[in-house]
Design a protein around this ligand. Structure first.
Ligand SMILES: Nc1ncnc2c1ncn2[C@@H]1O[C@H](COP(=O)(O)OP(=O)(O)OP(=O)(O)O)[C@@H](O)[C@H]1O
Length: 610
């Protein structure tokens, strides 16, 4: 982690934080600043009122002459009590407004990521986590530290001026004694930020184990295999490792802060003795003593506050840097300067010598794939686990770009069109489809948010996916909530409030979601029936057959019976298309497809043959 940002970067981060805060609270921000500045002046005004009052009393002035000073002292006392309440209220308001803007901007930035690779990068994930943590309060904290520093500087300046008038030597001593505190705190702040960054991977692992221990998805295996103890121990190892690093830093902090506190107390005590000596020799008045004591304390307090605020600002700046980096990140996939419009598919999609690997240090997954998905025809992708079928699908959706070669949509390179344009033309069921903790209707409607509220379309899609009977039978039909996540105590035991579906039932909903999008140019079905019972699978594949008729589709399935009637079947092996043809052609050629098909068929034959 960069713990020493350049001055230019710091200034630009400060400016960004101020812009953001002003955007979030155009009235609250200046008001907060004004109240803080008044808060900075009040202690000085209090000290001067006190001096004048004491000197007046010592000189035997008439009470009426002193009354305005007494009233002024009362007003400053009132302000001392009220200002912190007002500033705290404004600060909390400001923080909430800033949180809305920063969260909005952060997740907009995440939404701008067209691909997936950056989200898979662990360094990016660490940055994102810090940005999420910082984003809520970071910019507000930075502005708060900035305002706090200005407030402390105003108080410091006022007391410094006062002390210079009374005793210039003491002013210099107090000021010089504060320099080590300033430097030490800045060093500590930098070290703290470094510690935070260094434990990020440890914390990521700790969170992983903690999430696992509380995960509903993992609960069955954890219990059956008795993994709770193992993962809890691993979580604690990570937690204590992170704590040990933080503990070391805390000890260094405490040592340095203790030394600095001792130095501050010694300077204040020395100053007091000196002032008493001067007063005893008639060189300081009673009021002078009062303002001297107030000024030394005030200056030390203001300096301490300035140092703390600057250190905190430094720390906030380093963390805000992550937020800004993510918020202002460039595109993860190259964006064409002038994107070409993607017309409806007319001829076909061609993969031309496509090479792909997930990272430079990882093996090639695709090694020169040549394949055409003809318009209006169905293509089935077949291959062993890890052959690269899902990877090809991800490239078709342009979640990644091929490293070599190109994917052409009617001759247009996918890299030359806008990704939104491309994705608007694709419908898909992914192997790892989502189960949303939302209503059944929404789970289907998310397939096309423009018709999400069109119940007829939603029901039609559910019927085609064989999901209608299931959904209609739920306590609240399509409006049934498919989760037990968000209930509060009051409706916890009410079965009407939400239900859980089985894996196959969820898969039908995912299919229905894809069917809602069926008027797209390309339909991708990656293992769409892996979790279905035999009857449902048969129904779904019959529906898919009807559905695919005349539509351009890519179907991935390990159940070769389900792909046999695709117009073209492509076998993927060792990163290339090794066989291509219709079912009959591939069976006749006696290659890998024929071998796998016979293998599967023989399994069924054995069962049905006596
Ligand atoms: N996000 C990823 N990062 C790194 N490697 C990956 C990633 N996704 C897949 N791979 C690797 O790419 C290879 C191909 O995976 P892919 O999921 O495309 O295979 P598949 O043919 O769909 O397999 P299956 O039939 O098991 O679904 C595998 O070796 C896998 O480990």
């Amino acid at each position: 982690m960069n713990t020493s940002l350049g001055a230019r970067r710091v200034l630009s981060l400060l400016a960004a934080a101020v812009r953001l805060t002003r955007q979030a609270a155009p009235v609250g921000t200046p008001l907060y600043l004004v109240l803080c500045l008044i808060g900075g002046v009040v202690p000085i005004a209090t000290a001067w009122c006190m001096k004048v009052l004491l000197d007046g009393l010592a000189a035997g002035e008439v009470w009426l002459k002193l009354l305005p000073w007494a009233v002024a002292l009362a007003v400053t006392g009132l302000l001392v009590g009220l200002l912190p309440i007002g500033t705290e209220y404004l600060k909390q308001r400001l923080d909430r407004s800033v949180a809305v803007v920063t969260m909005d901007r952060l997740y907009r930035a995440m939404d701008r990521l067209a691909g997936i690779a950056r989200m898979e990068d662990p360094r990016f994930r660490d940055k994102l986590r810090l940005a999420q943590q910082t984003g809520r309060s970071g910019p507000g904290q930075l502005v708060d530290d900035g305002v706090g520093s200005v407030q402390a500087a105003v108080t410091l300046g006022g007391f410094l001026g006062t002390l210079l008038v009374i005793n210039a030597g003491m002013a210099v001593i107090v000021l010089v004694a504060a320099i080590p505190a300033l430097l030490a705190n800045l060093r500590l702040s930098r070290a703290r930020a470094r510690v935070l960054w260094s434990i990020a991977p440890t914390e990521r692992r700790e969170l992983f184990y903690a999430d696992l221990l509380a995960s509903l998805d993992a609960a069955k295996e954890l219990r059956l295999l008795g993994l709770g103890e193992l993962f809890r121990r691993r979580m604690l190892v990570e937690l204590t490792a992170a704590h040990a690093v933080v503990e070391g830093q805390d000890r260094r902090d405490a040592r340095v802060q203790g030394l600095l506190a001792g130095l501050t107390a010694a300077v204040a005590a020395g100053g007091l003795v000196w002032a008493a000596w001067l007063a005893a020799h008639g060189r300081l008045s009673l009021g002078d003593i009062a303002i001297f004591v107030a000024s030394v304390g005030g200056m030390q307090g203001a300096l301490q506050s300035l140092v703390t605020r600057l250190a905190s600002a430094h720390h906030s700046t380093l963390l805000f840097d992550h937020y800004e980096e993510i918020e202002s990140q460039g595109p993860d996939l190259p964006v064409p300067a002038e994107p070409r419009r993607l017309a409806a598919l007319r001829s076909g999609i061609e993969l031309r010598d496509v090479w792909f690997r997930y990272a430079e240090d990882q093996p090639w997954v695709l090694r020169g794939v040549n394949l055409t998905i003809a318009h209006g025809r169905s293509l089935a992708l077949v291959g062993l686990n890890g052959a690269g079928k899902s990877t090809m699908v991800k490239l078709l959706c342009r979640f990644y770009d091929p490293e070599r070669g190109a994917i052409l949509w009617d001759g247009v390179d996918l890299r030359d069109v806008g990704v939104e344009d491309l994705r608007a033309r694709i419908g898909a069921v992914f192997q790892d489809y989502m189960c949303y903790d939302l209503s059944a209707a929404e789970n289907i409607g998310l397939g096309d948010v423009s018709v999400m509220d069109d119940r007829e379309r939603v029901v039609a899609a559910a019927r085609r996916a064989g999901a209608h009977d299931i959904v209609a039978g739920l306590p609240r039909g399509y409006d049934t909530f498919l989760s037990r996540m968000f209930f509060d105590e009051a409706d916890r035991d009410d079965p009407e409030t939400g239900v859980l579906l089985s894996g196959g039932q969820w898969q039908r909903l995912a299919l229905a979601r894809a069917f809602l999008r069926d008027r797209r140019d390309l339909m991708i079905l990656d293992e769409p029936s892996s979790g279905l019972d035999a009857e449902a699978e048969h129904e779904v594949h019959s529906s898919l057959r009807r559905h695919r008729e005349g539509a351009t589709s890519v179907l991935i399935s390990h159940r070769l019976g389900a792909v046999r009637d695709a117009a073209v079947i492509a076998v993927l092996a060792e990163g290339r298309v090794t066989e291509l043809g219709s079912h009959d052609e591939l069976i006749a050629s006696g290659g890998e497809y024929a071998r796998l098909f016979r293998l599967q068929a023989s399994g069924y034959d054995e069962v049905v043959s006596p």
